[in-house]
Design a protein around this ligand. Structure first.
Ligand code: G3H
Ligand code: 13P
Ligand code: ZN
Length: 313
């Protein structure tokens, strides 16, 4: 199969009430772990590349690896997506490189400027059969010195979403309903949760239009414990529980963005391998291979028990 855009993938997910996992790719082992899981469970997948990943690995390396995955896993529907594109130029460059989907993140801009930038990208991308994700509302993070009193201004305004989609002609919309990036999603003593009241209003107003949830890592306590047991120092963590994610999917979310959970499992397994399994080893194939297997396991778990995308190819 060729690389697909996300149109049919997300349409099918929306209508059948499951979500497609959008996983961030930064190197070969991460890609291989994710692809083995998708192949094992016959799941479609969105492979997403951030601007930071492009800088780290070199875009050509990543695109070439992903094109190789297309050849190796012929039956698995794959989309190559730019995560959090900041400018028209970045989206255009990625489209020229072969990305089949782009996110233009104008969420930090005033509404009309977000609309104008997002529409410009959608007009350009659609001519090349590339799908576009826009974002309305800003993701807050406990890391970002957010003023809790003013949180409401960060959430997506349900009354504005339809207008945003209509004016920009995007194919999916990322919303802000209480999730945030990274491993610390909630304040100390704050019960993990999402603003389901807002999500419900958005869902009702959109009639099956693809909704995207960023910041969807669960930040498993056992994995944090393992990292810290083997010398790590990660404190104050919290994520979106599987129950919360399943509820969000039931309320119309059909693309779930996950990066931190993969970073965490890679870190835990490499620390475990070096400290406990084989302290005398100095072959990167040992610890990177071990991390790759653990990435496969966590992605397979999410496909089967959270996303519901098993056997949806
Ligand atoms: O949304 C952010 C993703 O986790 C990508 O992070 O910009 O460090 O690659 P990054
Ligand atoms: P996490 O940090 O929760 O994995 O979110 C990743 C993300 O939203 C990428 O766009
Ligand atoms: Zn994100």
């Amino acid at each position: 199969m060729p690389l697909f855009n996300t149109k049919e993938m997300l349409k099918k997910a929306c209508s059948q009430n499951y979500a497609v996992g959008a996983f961030n790719i930064n190197n070969m082992e991460i890609l291989q772990g994710i692809m083995s899981a998708c192949n094992r469970l016959n799941s479609p997948v969105i492979l997403q590349v951030s601007e930071g990943a492009r800088l780290y690995a070199g875009s050509l390396y990543l695109v070439s690896l992903i094109k190789s995955a297309v050849k190796i896993f012929k039956d698995i529907p794959l989309a190559l997506h730019l995560d959090h594109g900041r400018s028209f130029e970045m989206c255009k460059t990625c489209i020229e490189e072969g990305f089949t989907s782009v996110m233009i993140d104008g969420s930090h801009l005033p509404y009309e400027r977000n609309v104008a930038l997002t529409k410009a990208v959608a007009d350009y991308a659609h001519k090349k059969d590339v799908t576009v994700e826009g974002e309305l509302g800003r993701l807050a993070g406990t890391e970002e010195n957010i003023d809790v009193e003013n949180m409401e201004t960060f959430y997506t305004n349900p009354k504005q979403v339809k207008d945003f989609i209509y004016k920009t002609n995007i194919d999916s919309v990322a919303v802000s309903v209480g999730a945030s990036h990274g491993v610390c999603k909630f304040f100390k003593d704050q019960e993990p949760g999402l603003r389901f009241d807002i999500l419900e209003k958005i869902h009702k107003s959109l009639e099956n239009f693809p909704i995207v949830l960023h910041g969807s890592s669960s930040v498993d306590e056992e994995i944090i414990k393992k990292i810290n047991l083997f010398g790590g120092k990660i404190k104050n963590t919290s994520g979106l529980t599987e129950k919360i994610l399943k509820k969000a999917i039931a309320m119309g979310v059909c693309k779930i963005n996950i990066d931190s959970d993969i970073r965490l499992v890679a870190t835990a397994s490499i620390r475990e391998y070096m400290n406990d399994i084989s302290p005398s080893s100095f072959d990167p194939r040992g610890y990177l291979g071990y991390a790759r297997d653990k990435i496969e396991d966590i992605v397979a778990h999410k496909i089967e028990h959270v996303l519901g995308s098993k056997n949806k190819i």
